[in-house]
Every structure is written in C-alpha cells, then in structure tokens.
Design a protein around this ligand. Structure first.
Ligand code: ATP
Ligand code: MG
Length: 496
C-alpha cells in the first residue's frame, strides 16, 4: 500500500534520513516502519515524526489580519485542501534478497513510500516463527516472535521503573517457554521470586502441572555439602585463624550430613584460642539464626531444574537480604556447576529485583551472590546457563553483569541517568528512540540487542496465566481486605 512520496528538503534525502509527503487519506504514525526502492535494494526506515503544514497559515501577520476581520480563515479559504502531512524517517538499513546492507546511497526524491509486508519486516528484524511471542510490533499487525537462542543465550535484562510491566512481561515469556515442544528446545526455567509474584503459575490449571513452588521456609542448604571455603564466605569477614580452625574441624567431620548445631558443638569442644573460638561460635550462631542451613539440600537440583518446567523460588516470606543472597548464591553456583557437567538441562535463571543480588559498588561480603552471577554472565553462554535480570534501577546493577546481557528489553524509564546509561550501552538507539522511552505506556517495550537486528517497539500481549493477587491496584486491595475481614466476622458470628 502506497503511503506517500519522498520530497526534497534542506537536509535530505540523505543516506540516514528522508522526508515524505503523506498521500491524502493515508494515516502514518510515529514509530511506524516504511519501505521504498533504493539503488542498493529495499530501504527500510522508521518514521521519527509527522509534521502538519498549511501554506495558508505560514504568515502570522496575514493570519492575524484575516482573523481579526471577524471571519475565520477557514470560512473564507479552502484551507483544508492545502493542509498536508510530512513524515520524517530514519533509514535503518537496506534489505535485499542476499541479506542486509548499510545504507550508502540516499533514496531519490519522488520515490514512492510503501508499507512493508510482514515477510519483509520479519526478515529485517530477524524474528523467528518458532520464537517466543511477546506481543505485536507497534503500529503493525505482526507478532514479535523472538528466537529463543538469540534472546537468552547471551543473557537478557528487563529494565524499567516500578509498575511499568516488567514482571508482567516476564510472566508472558515464561508462558511461552513452558509452552514449547521438546523438538523446539525446552529449557528449565528457574525464577528467583523476590516478591512471590510467580507462585500464581501453580494456581493456574493451565500451568500448575508444569510448576513447582519452593517457599523460603522450606529451603535448606546442606551444610556438609559446602566446602570450608564456601562456608566462610557466608560468615562475614572471618580472620585467617578462624578459617584455619574451621577447615580443620570440617575436614575431621567429613562429608556426612551435619547441621550448624553439630558444627558449633565441635567448635566448642575443640582446642583453639579462646578469642577465635568465641568469634567463630558467634558467627556460626548467626548462620543458625537464618534457618537456611540444614543437614541436606532442599530442594534437590533435579527438582529445581526440569526441562520445560518452571521452578519458583519464593523468597517473599523473608526480609533478610543476607538470607536471600545466601540462597541465591548457593543455588546459582550449584546450577552452574551441574550445567557445566551436563547433569541438568539448559536453563534460564530469572532474577527478579536483580539489584538486590548483584549490586554495583557494595562490598563483597554484602553482595554474596555477585561473584557467581558474574561468572554465569561471563561463561554461561558456553554451557547453556542463561540469566534474565529484572530490575528497576539499571544504574544500581553490576556493570560487569549488565554489560554481558546482550539483549535489553526496556519499558518506561524516566530517570535521566538511567536513560543515559542505556543510550550509551545500547547500539543503534538514536535520540528520537531514547526520547520515547520516558513516555512509553504500560505494556509497550523497546527491544535492543542480540535478539533483534534493529531496535523495535512492541506492544506486549495479554497474559494467559493467572495474575498474582500481590499485584492488586490499591483500591482493589482495599476492597479485597474489607471482603476478607467482613467474611471473618460473619463466620465468627455464625459460629457463636
Ligand atoms: N502488557 C500489559 N498489559 C496489561 N497490563 C499490564 C501490562 N503490563 C503491566 N500491566 C499491569 O501493570 C501493573 C504493574 O505491572 P508489573 O507488576 O509487571 O510492573 P513491574 O515493572 O514488575 O513493577 P515492580 O518494579 O514494582 O515490580 C500490573 O497491575 C499489571 O497487571
Ligand atoms: Mg515486578
């Protein structure tokens, strides 16, 4: 369908941009993609802006003169016939049978501008009919199906302000991953669910069979599975002497299942300087207090990493950051190790509120999981261990890890520092695109990086799974609370 004709302007057409006058009756929207014939092949471009002009209104003094005569210009002149629209477009690249090329020659004025076919856009952006369907290409009726390898292998980051729809989008992606057939390649999906928003998958009949939830109260780290080195990481900043004594004792105890209490007993019974003993016992008591350490691991790796299944590590019942970090650090290390040795299926580890686990700048002993996450970020792609980070503040995230995330999905972001950060770390984002990020509506996202050949905006599809009731809007939450309380009172009355 023809939409307009390229016009000659002061600074175009160039190899980067051009303007076209829009045909009468056609609607062209900012952000929409267009194509036209060029010397090198099909030129694909994005509309950055649409400008309305009318020759009748270009001279303010005449407009004023006419309007003050008591009649409106609209009534005197056929102004409508002279109104026209010009679209400004940025050239993204050239598409031709053999592949893609950079635009090196400007299109010609007079060239017709058309709406690209689905086939052209799918190829141009590098979408995949077997891919993960997250929604529709903005302004086009085309499914955005992202190739799973390109999206996840080199890690993914989902970034936006609070309430912009990160968890919603993550749920949509999980639905897609769980719906894949074995021949399409199924991953094990493990979610570190900081706020307990993903447990609703287990309550939804469509997904419950493929979902396991592990509440924090049941999670155990088998103390005897830890090497002394691993254990000392959890002890804050132990002195060399403390580490030495602990190693000795743990060696003597061997690999059999023992808990923190057993270890404390052994420390108390052993010979070592009183001061060392006192500090060691006290830090072990801190561990005991977390309630995470037991004689054996729960859940087992085989239960957590199941092909085509979802495991929700529900950490919502604890507020202790240290405890959360311990669990995540231990689990991630175990998953990565097992994956390296081919003992579990390829997996994607989704880290909700990722800045809690991989903060930038905080001390090592206050960021227990950062080391292992950096390792997975650097080496995971070779072993089929992928990370999906979800965060509200990109600037607070470890740059080492974030820079290894080769695809970014960005929803609304308003903080200028975060925007700058993204502008610098993502290729192919011009000012026009960056400016749109701060005004994105809930449910619209920008995808940049490995997963797509060019940045694109997508309207996230509706979810098929039940939404968590943790996500109720304020008024609904108040109504729900009222309903529960009155029900309780009614029950109590009936009972008496
Ligand atoms: N694509 C969408 N379509 C319809 N509703 C959406 C969409 N995305 C998000 N929402 C709604 O917006 C609200 C906030 O979404 P969500 O919880 O995903 O935000 P978030 O970015 O994860 O926020 P936070 O950082 O606080 O966790 C939810 O009530 C959700 O239902
Ligand atoms: Mg969220």
């Amino acid at each position: 369908m023809k939409m307009g004709v390229v016009v000659s302007t002061m600074d175009g057409p160039s190899t980067r941009k051009f303007s076209f006058v829009i045909d009468k009756g056609r609607s062209v929207k900012r952000g929409q993609f267009v194509e036209l014939k060029g010397e090198q092949g099909k030129v694909i471009a994005r509309v950055d802006d649409v400008i309305k002009t009318n020759r009748y209104f270009t001279r303010p003094e005449s407009v004023k003169e006419y309007e003050s005569s008591g009649k409106q210009m609209r009534e005197i002149f056929p102004v409508h016939d002279w109104e026209y629209l010009v679209a400004e477009a940025s050239i993204l690249g050239i598409y031709r049978a053999g592949g893609f090329a950079d635009s090196l020659v400007p299109p010609s004025p007079g060239e017709g501008v058309f709406e690209p076919s689905e086939e052209v856009l799918v190829k141009f952006f590098g979408l995949d009919k077997d891919g993960i369907n997250i929604g529709k290409l903005s302004h086009h009726d085309i499914d955005v199906k992202l190739n799973a390898t390109r999206l996840l292998q080199k890690h993914l980051a989902i970034l936006a302000i609070s309430g912009a729809g990160k968890s919603f989008l993550t749920s949509v992606m999980i639905e897609e991953l769980l719906s894949r057939k074995p021949e399409q390649g199924q991953l094990a999906v493990i979610v570190i669910d900081t706020h307990g928003e993903y447990t609703s998958f287990a309550d939804d009949p469509k997904f419950s069979e493929r979902t396991s939830v592990f509440p924090v109260s049941e999670i155990q780290i088998g103390l005897s599975n830890l090497s002394p080195r691993e254990l000392t990481r959890f002890l804050g900043k132990p002195s060399d002497a403390q580490v030495r004594e602990l190693v000795k004792i743990m060696r003597r105890m061997g690999g059999k299942g023992y808990g923190v209490k057993d270890l404390i007993e052994k420390v108390e019974a052993s010979e070592m300087p009183a001061k060392t003993k006192e500090v060691l016992v006290s830090s072990l008591e801190d561990l005991l207090y977390t309630g995470v350490f037991g004689a054996a691991d729960y859940p087992s790796l085989d239960d957590v990493a199941k092909q085509g299944k979802l495991s929700v590590i529900d950490l919502s019942e604890t507020t202790s950051l240290r405890k959360k970090q311990m669990i995540v650090s231990y689990l991630a290390a175990k998953l990565f190790h097992a994956r390296r040795h081919g003992m579990i299926p390829p997996f994607v580890l989704v880290l909700e509120e990722a800045h809690q686990y991989i903060p930038e700048g905080s001390k090592k002993e206050e960021a227990l999981a950062r080391g292992i996450m950096q390792t997975i970020a650097r080496e995971g792609r070779k072993f089929g261990a992928s990370l999906c980070l979800v965060s509200q503040r990109p600037i607070q995230l470890s740059t080492t890890v974030l820079s290894q995330c080769n695809t970014h999905i960005i929803l609304r972001i308003t903080n200028p520092y975060d925007l700058d950060h993204i502008g610098r770390s993502s290729e192919g984002l011009n000012r026009a695109v960056l400016d749109q990020i701060s005004s994105l509506r809930v449910g619209t996202a920008l995808i940049v990086g490995e997963a797509v050949n060019h940045p694109l905006f997508v309207s996230i599809r509706k979810r098929k799974s039940k939404e968590s009731d943790k996500n109720l809007p304020l008024e609904k939450a108040a109504v729900e609370y009222y309903r529960k309380i009155t029900q309780k009172q009614k029950d109590a009355k009936e009972f008496m």
